[in-house]
Design a protein around this ligand. Structure first.
Ligand code: BES
Ligand code: ZN
Length: 628
């Protein structure tokens, strides 16, 4: 899965001229500045120049596959800086104006992963900085789809994926999670298409081809999002709804029937939902990730539309980010576990409240299995298995493993188990409200934890072993495990099968997706093609409409050389762009000496994948140096 495999991609530190201390223009930061607060993934000086608001005016050309327009920044040059520095990646700057007057800008050298700094001269009292620009040929955030690559195959589609540092490839901006601003946007699109953003959104196609957006709550650049395509809206309840291509909208609406209830369930746990509406946009199949917590409008893969609502915990996850991430934000990408670990924990609490403990326990157990496998792959002593990451000189994508998610959520679960749920929930409520719309580092969180929950109780602190978890490798011994009541039954049935019981005789009738996943995951790695055939005959895995089950099955098929599954696997690979599915599947082909098949399929379907997915697959297929 992509979280697991990304570690393969960039395992080496490339120390570039952006570490703390030699960040361009950061001479004001002396050794008295806490280095944990420094974000090494932005070259912007927005920590010195206050950025207040963005007015964005852009034209989306589907023909040219290009966004062009102007970004007008309202600033307060309170520290009397000589220039404003913004991040860019693969952007052409057409012109720039300060308080209405044209100025000459300069661009810094290209820095690996970070792009080029844009330096705009400003005066002490400057307030308006406008940059007009055009996107390049390979913007990392954007996927431009031809009609053929959409679900309905009727119109082109564009969408962004800005997390973690890709917003800079579609607008010049201060691109760090610690810099928040409000925004308004005017987006002109081709006739008949709808534009949507992480903001107040339209619900109908507009004849003027121009859409206006407003986000009055300050957000960081990684939460800026745009989608343009032939989509339609359906209401769920007064504050929730879904957007999707018309050919999918009914299925989507029915899959997400419980989303309204999910929002109120989340509110009962950790306080009011502060963003107004909560809508979900289901994207075409090339979307590279499962979901993205764009404020007010979660972006999500169509691979969660299983027909039986069995994969909706993904929506619980993205919704939970409305608290952990969007409300309280990791200060730097080294603190990524504060976004994702909290969100995984919160996701499972929502699912427990809605579906019961047995159900949530399955999610915990599958997560634990992911953690163990991932620690093993990264190497038990690897620093990449610490919760606090060290991403200097690297792409933040390197930190996108299961560690921040699973080690992070299990750490929180351990604290919960030790202090009791009631106290922990009270603490979390306080955490969200006291840090609302702020950023936080790991160190600040640990200090807050100490003063508000653990209160210097050394016995308790030793029992938890905070440092072992946060600044130490692997899965600590006291990692909590769920009571896997439902999985024990699955283990029993699997053992029966391996002892010779015919698959059709197994008691699988009530199983959910999670049980099936556990059933398959724990099969011996050396199943024969004959065994695969018998399982397939009884359970029809090759033709499963469930993307999680299908993906796992295809990986097993590649491993066992079970060729009857290959045609269905090719169909899957031809449209699905979710990295979590693609990466292990292509990796398995490479591992099992089926490179030719991998290369042939990839060459054929590569264009259906998002640029970020292509980047990682290029490395897995050894088409580029693994270090880059
Ligand atoms: N915020 C993440 C996605 C992300 C993280 C994109 C970092 C780029 C960089 C999102 O909330 C997420 O975690 N998505 C998961 C699904 C979730 C259920 C674990 C995914 O896409 O697999
Ligand atoms: Zn997440």
């Amino acid at each position: 899965m992509f979280r697991k495999y990304s570690f393969l991609l960039l395992p080496f530190l490339l120390l570039v001229a952006c570490g703390p201390g030699n960040k361009p223009g950061s001479s004001a930061k002396t050794s008295t500045v806490d280095s944990t607060l420094i974000d090494v993934h932005t070259q912007s000086n927005a920590d010195s120049v206050e950025i207040k608001h963005l007015d964005l005016d852009i034209l989306v050309s589907m023909e040219k596959k290009q966004i062009s327009g102007c970004a007008l920044w309202t600033i307060n040059n309170k520290n009397k800086q000589k220039e404003l520095r913004l991040d860019t990646h693969d952007l052409t700057i057409d012109s720039a104006f300060v308080d209405g007057k044209k100025v000459q800008v300069t661009m810094g050298d290209f820095v690996e992963h970070l792009g080029r700094a844009l330096n705009i001269p400003i005066a002490d009292n400057s307030t308006q900085v406008m940059v007009c620009y055009t996107t390049g040929k390979h913007p990392r955030a954007l996927q431009w789809l031809d009609p053929q690559q959409t679900h309905d195959k009727k119109a082109p589609f564009l969408y962004t994926q800005s997390e973690s540092i890709y917003a800079r490839s579609w607008l010049p901006c201060p691109d760090g999670p610690g810099i928040r601003y409000t925004y308004a946007a005017r987006v002109t699109v081709p006739k008949g298409l709808m534009a949507l953003m992480s903001a107040e959104n339209p619900q109908e196609v507009n004849d003027s081809n121009v859409y206006h957006f407003k986000m009055d709550i300050p957000v960081p650049a990684y939460l800026m999002a745009l989608a343009v395509g032939k989509v339609t809206f359906k209401k769920i309840d007064e504050r929730t709804g879904v957007y999707a291509e018309p050919g999918m909208i009914d299925k989507v609406r029915s899959e997400f029937e419980d989303v309204g209830k999910m929002v109120s369930t989340a509110e009962q746990l950790y306080g009011p939902y502060r963003w107004g509406r909560y809508d979900v946009l289901v994207l075409p199949p090339g979307f590279p990730i499962g979901g993205m917590e764009n404020p007010r409008l979660t972006f999500c893969t169509p691979t969660v539309i299983a027909g039986d609502r069995s994969l909706v915990s993904l929506i619980a996850h993205e919704l939970a980010h409305s608290w952990s991430g969007n409300l309280v934000t990791n200060a730097t990408w080294n603190d990524f576990w504060l976004n994702e670990g909290f969100t995984d924990y919160f996701e499972r609490r929502i699912m427990e409240a809605m579906q019961g403990k047995d159900y949530a326990d399955m999610l915990w157990e599958l997560g634990y299995q992911d953690l163990v496998v991932n620690v093993n792959e990264l190497g038990g002593q690897s620093k990449d298995t610490w919760l606090k990451l060290d991403l200097i000189g690297r792409d933040p994508d390197d930190g996108l493993t299961d560690i921040p998610y699973e080690k992070g959520s299990h750490f929180l679960k351990l604290i919960e188990v030790n202090v009791g749920r009631e106290r922990f929930d009270k603490f979390l409520n306080g955490y969200f409200s006291s840090h609302a719309f702020k950023t936080i580092t790991t160190e600040q969180f640990l200090a807050y934890l100490d003063s508000n929950l653990l209160k210097g109780d050394t016995v308790l602190k030793n029992k938890i072993g905070i440092n072992r978890w946060v600044y130490g490798p692997g899965t600590p011994q006291n990692c909590p495990r769920a009571d896997d009541v439902r999985f024990k039954k699955v283990d029993h049935e699997r053992a029966q099968y391996l002892n010779g019981t015919a698959p059709a005789q197994l008691a699988t009738k009530e199983w959910s997706t999670h049980e099936w996943l556990h059933f398959l995951r724990k099969m011996p790695s050396s199943l024969t093609a004959e065994q695969m055939k018998s399982l397939d005959g009884a359970f029809k895995f090759t033709n499963s409409g469930n993307s999680e089950i299908a993906d796992l099955w295809f990986i097993m098929a590649v491993r066992a050389n079970y060729t009857p599954a290959y045609a269905a696997m090719e169909r899957f690979l031809s449209s699905v762009g979710r990295r979590k599915f693609l990466e292990p599947l292509y990796a398995e082909m490479m591992k099992t000496k089926q490179e030719d098949m991998a290369h042939k399929l990839y060459a054929q379907y590569k264009n259906n994948y998002h640029p970020l997915a292509q980047e990682s697959l290029d490395r897995i297929l050894e088409l580029v140096d693994k270090k880059h």
